[in-house]
Design a protein around this ligand. Structure first.
Ligand code: DCT
Ligand code: MG
Length: 329
């Protein structure tokens, strides 16, 4: 999967291969027994013939033959994979840096032209790689919730992402905030500002990766505000984590919860299903009467029909409701 991920481009065959590997990996992770042969692998749902064959090679040879041919173990691949694991670093930079002779994270740390995000990615590199236990995600969720509720008691704050899907540990913390019946940008931005100030004062938010933006023409319209940063709980041994906080209009809350809970493959499937029914699903809601022209390109926005709640979206799509823990596609 990593190999295909490295060489994929938008719409390429490799991108689909990455998705197929992801699906297979998720299915295998969910098993409570060990796979010891190609035949066994083939019986697992979502594991196709080619992936089963590679699993067979892993079991019998301890390696995948195709990767020998691709020279996967070569230095360039390893160094570029290391560089890409730093937050804020994309494939173009990794190649450029490798070609310049850089090999280690310490080499990168000496570069004069790193972006602010790359500096943070390197600064917190070890911490950000650590999975976050569920219990700690819950604790972090409470910190954000109580800070938000200082402003208005009725504000709702939900931890989404892999946590809401019931995973035992998470890669980051994804939080969605909304206030009953509040849709306009002005008020939502005020909530975001209060929350950020409060969480910075508490020493909880220690670094910012991306700040929400404001524009005057949006004042009275529904608008989503996204904050991305680095947080930590109090205490000397606390680990730094990546946190995303989204503040959204009440009217979009269901669509946002659906999107931010994922997983990403489930989101893709639901969007495709909506498109096949002449509709469009986004983090703003479900739209009908969508007209698509050449190459399925949309020619109009469509009419908003659902999105206040997740259930409403499932009902409109005429599919059975999936509990968050069932959205592991
Ligand atoms: N998402 C998506 N498409 C992507 C990335 C993300 O639809 N390419 C959605 C689904 C999940 C949500 O955003 C949060 O993203 P992540 O935090 O990256 O994923 P996660 O499922 O929470 O997993 P992790 O435990 O790694 O954070
Ligand atoms: Mg997450």
């Amino acid at each position: 999967m990593d190999h295909y991920d490295n060489i994929q481009t938008k719409g390429s065959n490799e991108r689909f291969k990455v998705i197929n590997y992801r699906k297979a990996i998720t299915a295998i992770r969910a098993l409570d027994y060990e796979i010891t042969s190609e035949e066994m692998a083939l019986k697992v749902p979502r594991v196709g013939k080619k992936i089963a064959q590679k699993i067979g090679e892993c079991v019998s040879l301890g390696r995948i033959k195709k990767l020998d041919h691709l020279n996967w173990d070569n230095e360039r691949q390893q160094v570029e994979t290391l560089f890409k694991s730093v937050y804020g670093v994309g494939s173009e930079k990794t190649t450029e840096w490798y070609n310049k002779g850089l090999r280690t994270l310490d080499d990168l740390r000496k570069l004069p032209d790193l972006t602010k995000n790359q500096i943070s990615g390197l600064k917190y590199y070890d911490d950000l790689l650590k999975r976050i236990p569920r219990s700690e995600v819950a604790q972090i969720g409470k910190v954000v919730e109580s800070a938000a509720k200082q402003l208005h008691l009725d504000i709702e704050s939900r931890v989404t992402g892999s946590y809401r899907r019931g995973k035992p540990d998470c890669g980051d913390i994804d939080i969605v905030i909304a206030r009953p019946n509040v849709d306009n940008g002005d008020e939502l931005f005020a909530i975001m500002n209060h929350l950020m100030r409060e969480l910075i004062n508490q020493g909880f938010l220690v670094d910012h990766l991306s700040l929400p933006t404001w524009s005057d023409d949006m004042a009275n319209r529904p608008k989503h505000f996204k904050y991305m940063g680095i947080c930590k709980l109090p205490g000397p041994d606390a680990v730094h984590h990546h946190i995303d906080i989204l503040i959204v209009p009440w009217i979009h809350l269901g669509a946002v919860l659906l999107y931010f809970t994922g997983n990403d493959i489930c989101n893709r499937s639901m969007r495709l299903l909506a498109a096949n029914r002449g509709m469009r699903l986004s983090d703003k809601g479900l739209f009908e009467g969508v007209i698509r022209g050449k190459n399925r390109k949309r020619v109009n926005e469509g009419r908003w029909v659902a999105g206040r709640t997740e259930r409403e979206i499932f009902e409109y799509l005429k599919i059975d409701y999936l509990e968050p823990y069932e959205r592991e596609c």
